[in-house]
Design a protein around this ligand. Structure first.
Ligand code: ADP
Ligand code: ZN
Length: 604
């Protein structure tokens, strides 16, 4: 069907013909119907939930052009490229265009030759653009990444606050705000600041069932990371998050030396380097980006197969958002994190020594406690995480480390008493290594000089190894039974919560750190199927896709997603009609690439 006759087609027909999908995902249809009817909406869907279609389809169904406000230039380009592949008349307006290019698009806008226009908020707010809008026929306004309106979030965009102008200037054009931010305060802020108090809210589970969460205790982080990638994700795209720029650089070099394509990304790099590294990550396959949190927002890449944290994130929100960049396409993905006693100490120190107000610290302290609780839990990680967002998962998920490998607990009451009393008797000024040496009865000069070999706690802890003691101290700090002296030398101190333990009034349960063991056999290539035949065909289809992507200077996923190729390899369609039944093969892509994929399938 030619695109200019799309208006008044049903949303389902557009989903089938243009996007090549058979069914709506959870919630999409209701949202689309609501917008098509001309009403406002606030959409809360997790990453990978299919937000884009929620405004793209109404923009095609309703007469006029859909205006999409997006804060991220790279993302606009991506979305527009993807829509053009589908034959939709989409463009964007932002600072990357020169005057002539922008003028041409503005003309098309006013003349009704566009279906969807992406625009940066600062451009939208200019008087000139407001005038152009007055002259154009408008289908709707979509405000993407709506949490950017929140002053408290790290993605704050001041221009977003002025977007209320849309409501004032165009009261009859439906508006939809979309975000993947799960926390409730931000959701309220969006409603108030964007003038969406009356908008209907569409909220869905924030669960990402295809992501497998794992937390391992750090012993040698670099080689643990290397093993993880080598054994489970060789040749696959992923992101490794670190806290500091220095660590980003070091880790990227380390991975490169070990044969991976790893690129650094942090705010200290030149903008052109950052841009180039991001582009390679998007356009090539199997690239790893090692980054600080500066990286990730606005990356729409559907086939990121893992997100690894070698430093602790600051909160569960942060962790959820960062790991959420894995597996947008719904295929299996891993969220993997290492952490140690030193990380816990460091984060606690950061927090206590910050200049923030007491009120602010209180909030931060709660967030950190929740994160540490997530790390130390012996029950399902997904239940803990979703519970934090106020969502209840009735059964353990079966797809996290604690579900897959039940974690042992042990009664650590006596051990905790030994540790706490050692802290007390040595004067509450020492950190873990010193305390562990005293407990294990090592006659180091420093210990002898301090007379600590005379203490009753000297040598009472020989039953545990140094690593086991570390685990004990980590859990005592995580549970707030010890805190850290910031004013002094960072030694451990007793807290309110230590007293009942020392008095024998409270039982303490510790988590037994699981022994790390190799999981599966090393993978030479990204395996999607157990069936070697399907695996082989899939690889051939991927090569063809890479060729086509190269010809067009596009990312491979712009041609077809992995999920679509996998289905082709499984179903092996032999005719164009059979091919068109594959999910993700719409009319335009069938016309453009159908023959080439068919002949590849026939000869495979
Ligand atoms: P979000 O913006 O919410 O993260 P996207 O809009 O990028 O999600 O969609 C996530 C993935 O799901 C994309 O790969 C998209 O093509 C796919 N998708 C969206 N809607 C459908 C559908 N109805 N059927 C199949 N796949 C879909
Ligand atoms: Zn679980």
């Amino acid at each position: 069907m030619p695109l200019n006759t799309l208006e008044n087609s049903s949303p389902l027909a557009i989903l089938n013909k243009i996007f090549g999908y058979d069914n709506f995902l959870n919630g999409q249809e209701d949202i689309i119907d609501h917008l098509v009817a001309g009403d406002d909406a606030l959409v809360l869907l997790p990453t990978g939930g299919g937000k884009s279609l929620c405004y793209q389809i109404p923009a095609l169904v309703r007469p006029g052009v859909g205006i999409v406000i997006s804060p991220l230039i790279a993302l606009m380009q991506d979305q527009v490229d993807a829509l053009k592949q589908l034959g939709v008349r989409a463009e964007f307006l932002n600072s990357t265009l020169n005057f002539q290019q922008a003028q041409k698009i503005e003309r098309e806008l006013v003349q009704g030759e566009l279906d969807i226009l992406y625009v940066a908020p600062e451009r939208l707010l200019t008087p000139r653009f407001q005038e152009l809008l007055q002259e154009s026929e408008l289908a709707l306004f979509a405000i993407d990444e709506a949490h950017c309106v929140s002053q408290w979030g790290h993605d704050f965009r001041p221009e977003y606050i002025q977007l209320t102008i849309l409501h004032e200037q165009f009261p009859h054009i439906p508006r939809v705000a979309l975000t993947a931010t799960a926390d409730e305060t931000t959701q309220k802020e969006i409603r108030i600041k964007l003038g969406l108090l009356e908008a209907r809210q569409f909220a869905f589970s924030f669960d990402r069932p295809n992501i497998r969460y794992r937390v391992v205790v750090k012993n040698n982080p670099k080689s643990q990371l290397l093993d993880f990638i080598r054994w489970e994700h060789s040749d696959e795209a992923g992101i490794v998050y670190c806290l500091s720029r220095k660590k980003v650089e070091e880790t990227a070099i380390w991975l490169t030396e070990n044969g991976f394509e790893a690129l650094p990304y942090h705010a200290g790099l030149d903008a052109s380097v950052r841009q180039a590294n991001q582009q390679r990550f998007i356009k090539e396959e199997g690239i790893i980006v090692v980054a600080t949190v500066a990286f990730g927002m606005g990356i729409d890449k559907p086939d990121v197969r893992f997100v690894a944290h070698i430093d602790l994130p600051k909160s569960i929100e942060g962790y959820y958002q960062e790991t959420g960049r894995a597996g947008r396409d719904g295929l299996r993905a891993d969220a993997w994190m290492t952490y140690s006693l030193a990380d816990v100490v460091l984060l606690r120190k950061f927090l206590e020594s910050s200049e923030a107000s007491e009120q602010h610290k209180l909030v931060e302290r709660r967030k950190l406690d929740a994160l540490l609780g997530f790390c130390e839990t012996v029950s399902c990680r997904r239940q803990v995480m979703l519970g934090y967002f106020g969502e209840e998962l009735s059964e353990p998920c079966g797809n996290c480390d604690t579900c897959l490998d039940v974690v042992d607990t042990w009664d650590g009451t006596v051990v905790a008493q030994k540790a706490l009393s050692c802290v007390y008797r040595t004067g509450q000024i020492f950190g873990a290594s010193y305390l562990i040496n005293v407990l294990r009865g090592l006659d180091h000069t420093r210990i002898i000089r301090n007379g600590h070999d005379e203490l009753s706690t000297f040598g009472i802890g020989e039953e545990l190894s140094a690593n086991e003691w570390k685990s004990v101290f980590r859990q005592l700090i995580a549970a707030d039974m010890l805190n850290i002296d910031i004013a002094g030398y960072g030694g451990f101190r007793l807290t309110e919560k230590s007293r009942p333990v020392l008095k024998g009034e409270k039982q303490v349960l510790f988590r037994r750190d699981p022994v790390t063991r190799k999981l599966r056999k090393p993978k030479k290539q990204a395996e999607v199927s157990e069936n070697p035949d399907i695996q082989r065909i899939w690889q051939r289809l991927r090569e063809l896709r890479r060729d086509i992507a190269g010809e067009q200077n596009q990312a491979p996923y712009m041609i077809f997603h992995d999920k679509t190729l996998l289905q082709m390899a499984e179903v092996k369609p032999q005719t164009l009609e059979e091919l068109s039944a594959i999910s993700g093969v719409g009319d335009k892509k069938l016309e453009r690439y159908g023959e080439r994929f068919l002949s590849e399938l026939k000869s495979a």
